[in-house]
Design a protein around this ligand. Structure first.
Ligand code: GDP
Ligand code: MG
Length: 441
């Protein structure tokens, strides 16, 4: 998507005469790209109309920076579409709030409930989890496991089959225990069924939630609008959380969910772990939708911290997207030195969270050094290869022996390599902006 949008804008800025046709071509291209990114057709069409109104052809002809004007217009329009105009209900610390989670099965409700609880717990709240999913076998166990890990009180039952009864009991209990954030997890089912919505309506009626959060998988595509609308029609959805933003989906469905529920997105889920949860921020989200995504801040940073003479080489490597073990080695070296390029590497989205989590720098450094010792036992062929199949059992055993580490250690290092290579490869083919260009957005 990003590629096609930037291409469309690029083509437009290369055209010497910007007439209506050129603008239309550009908008059509962008429309296609946004549709591919799961933005609902009607929303795209509205946006197209608005942009035409905003982008004044006379301004363009007069030689103002066309590219900037159009980019800005698209950017603003998408931001506006994500703003329903009023904030959602926000629970207050110390006052009891009941928050109910709804969404189809697999959307990430149970995971997100825990993340939401954990997020608040870290800020000194007293959250609690109630499992009102009696539909799926194992639902209570999953919530129990999550809650135990995060040391959050929970309530549920293996025996009781009435979700309304459990929800009410749980909420009552935690109110008595003075919890200030009582979170009710519900069942989902695979399809949008009458029984599901009736159940949601009953749970909501019985527990009187202060806020109902609709949880949406970022990869559900064009189904987002209908799904969100169906839930909104049964319960008073007041906020949206978009999950699995760590995957390939750009999350264009979020625009549909906002339009259908007239509620804002409040958080996004960026992984399976408890702390992979972020407060939703409109601008980076739209940047990502436009394909300039996570990288815009990153690119700015490169220009800021990497010495000029080292930029071309680094940018070249980044755009090739080809992450060899040797590049990883070099990056580790930089990281340990905390040289400027190391700083850049550590800013790669998704990089630091696992390899160098905050507060665990010492451990992380030891780990990186351990990885490097193992890489010292590798041949040039292994270091420069980008063929994952090369690292077979006998090579792994040789490296383990050579570095005095276990086979498991080597495997762990190779796993880490694979993870980083995946992040790195997202930059493949990225058009690298020259200094200053990114600030147009
Ligand atoms: P529920 O059926 O709506 O309760 O969904 P679950 O919470 O059980 O999640 C379904 C699957 O999605 C699980 O495997 C979760 O680990 C996974 N999941 C949830 N949120 C995220 C996320 O933000 N990123 C990724 N990668 N996986 C997620
Ligand atoms: Mg669940």
């Amino acid at each position: 998507l990003g590629g096609s949008i930037s291409r469309a804008i690029q083509q437009m800025s290369n055209a010497t005469i910007i007439d209506e046709k050129a603008l239309n071509d550009c908008l059509n291209e962008i429309t296609r790209a946004l549709l591919q990114s799961d933005v609902q057709f009607k929303l795209v069409r509205d946006m197209q109309t608005n942009i035409k109104k905003i982008v004044n052809l006379d301004d363009l002809a007069a030689g103002h920076n066309k590219r900037k004007i159009i980019q800005q217009a698209i950017f603003n329009e998408l931001c506006k579409m994500l703003d329903p105009g009023k904030p959602s209900f926000t629970p207050k610390k110390g006052k009891t709030s009941v928050v109910m989670f709804v969404g189809l099965q697999g959307s990430g409700k149970t995971t997100t409930c825990t993340k939401y609880a954990y997020y608040h717990q870290k800020k000194g709240w007293k959250p609690a989890l109630v499992c009102a999913d009696t539909f799926r076998a194992g639902a209570f166990d999953q919530l129990k496991q999550n809650a135990t890990k995060a040391k959050i009180p929970f309530y549920g039952s293996y025996m009781e089959s009435d979700p309304v009864k459990i929800a009410v009991e749980g909420v009552e209990r935690f109110k008595k225990e003075n919890c200030d954030l009582i979170i009710v997890d519900t069942s989902g089912r695979h399809k949008q069924e009458v029984a599901l919505f009736e159940e949601m309506r009953q749970v909501a009626e019985a527990t009187k939630p202060d806020l109902v959060i609709f949880v949406m998988d970022s990869s559900i595509g064009q189904a987002a609008f209908d799904q969100a609308q169906a839930f909104k029609q049964s319960v008073a959805v007041g906020a949206v959380i978009v999950t699995k933003m760590d995957g390939h989906a750009k999350g264009g469905g979020a625009l549909s969910a906002v339009a259908a529920t007239k509620s804002p997105v409040i958080f996004i889920g960026t992984g399976e772990h408890m702390d992979e949860f972020e407060v939703f921020d409109v601008k980076p989200f739209v940047s990502r939708l436009l394909g300039m995504g996570d990288w815009s801040g990153f690119m700015d940073k490169i220009h800021e911290v990497v010495p000029m003479d080292q930029q071309p080489e680094l940018l070249q490597k980044l755009s090739e997207g080809n992450f060899t073990l040797r590049i990883m080695y070099e990056q580790f070296q930089n990281l340990l030195k905390m040289g400027p390029i190391g700083q850049v590497f550590s800013m790669l989205p998704g990089f630091s969270s696992e390899l160098m989590p905050k507060g665990r720098e010492k451990e992380s450094q030891a780990k990186i050094k351990r990885y490097m010792t193992m890489m010292d036992s590798m041949t040039n062929e292994e270091l420069d290869s980008s063929n994952p199949k090369l690292m077979n059992e006998s090579r792994i055993m040789r490296i383990a022996r050579g570095s005095g580490r276990s086979v498991r250690d080597v495997m762990e290092m190779l796993e880490e390599y694979k993870r980083l290579a995946k992040i790195w490869s997202k930059m493949k083919g990225l058009k690298i902006p020259k200094k200053g260009e990114m600030s147009a957005l």
